[in-house]
Design a protein around this ligand. Sequence first.
Ligand SMILES: C[S@@+](CC[C@H](N)C(=O)[O-])C[C@H]1O[C@@H](n2cnc3c(N)ncnc32)[C@H](O)[C@@H]1O
Ligand code: SF4
Length: 454
Amino acid sequence: MSQSLIHKYNVAGPRYTSYPTVPYWDLESFSLEGWKASLQRAFQESNATEGLSLYIHLPFCESLCTFCGCHKRITKRHEVESPYIKAVLKEWSLYLELLGSKPVIKELHLGGGTPTFFSPEHLNLLISGLLEHAELAEGYEFSFEGHPNNTTEAHLTTLYDLGFRRVSYGVQDYNLSIQKAINRVQPFENVKRATDLARKIGYTSVGHDIIFGLPFQTETDVIETITKTKALMPDRIAFYSYAHVPWIKGNGQRGFSEADLPTPASKRQQYETGKQHFEAAGYVEIGMDHFALKSDSLYKAMAHKTLHRNFMGYTASKTQAMIGLGVSSISDSWYGFAQNVKSNEAYYKLLDQDIIPVFKGHILNTEDLIIRKHILNLMCNFETQWEDEALVFNELPEVLIKLKEFELDGLLQFESKKVIVTENGKAFIRNICMAFDLLLQRTKPETQLFSMTI
Ligand SMILES: C[S@@+](CC[C@H](N)C(=O)[O-])C[C@H]1O[C@@H](n2cnc3c(N)ncnc32)[C@H](O)[C@@H]1O
Ligand code: SF4
């Protein structure tokens, strides 16, 4: 890939797990009542046909990894588990009251933080409590994020018995000096143990998260990590670009300086090399930053063009409504977004007053809904079209002028009323989506809001 393209397109840009992106939400016209109404509408329209997704944020971790950009709270006090689970179940009861009839659960994901910080008994209480007043959709998918250092056989069997078939483990990189730099020492044996155990118990999809662009990481480190990964052949691989966002409150991104990070060109090279190795091992690239074996549901969803993307990242099944429970979780009704308060104290306090603990959100207008569809098409299928009148919007001509520039750089092709991202263009998908992001173009951020696209 040419240096000039890297130079030209390495700008701060969103990862588009939503449109509008969180910093561009219109907070003034948002209200909790508006959010509730939009969720009720989505529930009426889609519960019987698609069901809904549940995301549960479990924020605790025993120690801080200094690369981590997730919302977490570090503690070794396990007494925090029980009150947190009670609070999540209380939040769910407020939603059940709002929805009125039994929700049909299509997807359920435990994210964090570290879900396996919680004891298997507490996770059992949580999931059983959530499902008590719900039905399961056909082909439901339950998944969780496990830390290879603390996922036990009891965690895996308990969750398996509750219907979980997919687990993803945080691996990052196997080089010991990098692991020390990011305060996450985690030998290969731990990942192997957790992966083998999951398979033995019957999990059908085991994923590994690997990161490129970490402090001190070289191309050789990436190759060595992939070689070890291939020895275990996870069904899915999230190959994340390290997001350096030290300005986000509560982040632990310290202990190394920006000078310790690989340059944009070497970071890009790490990605290209990683991709070649994964493809040679039989993995197929799915959307942005993901790879899967052809037997995995994520690959099948891509092949059938049913891949979906929301705050959980890429998912194999689409539901219009996603309810996020727990601190900092974001919910999505397609017509609106709502985010929960981030501090545990504020979360408990609002729930004690029987209030859904949302503190901000956005209700989408007609333009937002059209742009959202284009960005989703691009992120999931690497193409979008405006043959369909419903996908035409006022500023489309200006967007097409911007897209011409990408065409000249060989990053996309026009085909009547359609654009298709080329193989080279896939690396710049965030930049291509930015051409559709009217809100970003209307108000350029004054400070850096997003990680760099390379
Ligand atoms: C919540 S963690 C995974 C579960 C568990 N806490 C663990 O660490 O194993 C989710 C994943 O997000 C990714 N991640 C966290 N911070 C990141 C960053 N700054 N840039 C890119 N990926 C990041 C990591 O790959 C991590 O495994
Ligand atoms: S990477 Fe996982 S374990 Fe480490 S701080 Fe982040 S959420 Fe916690």
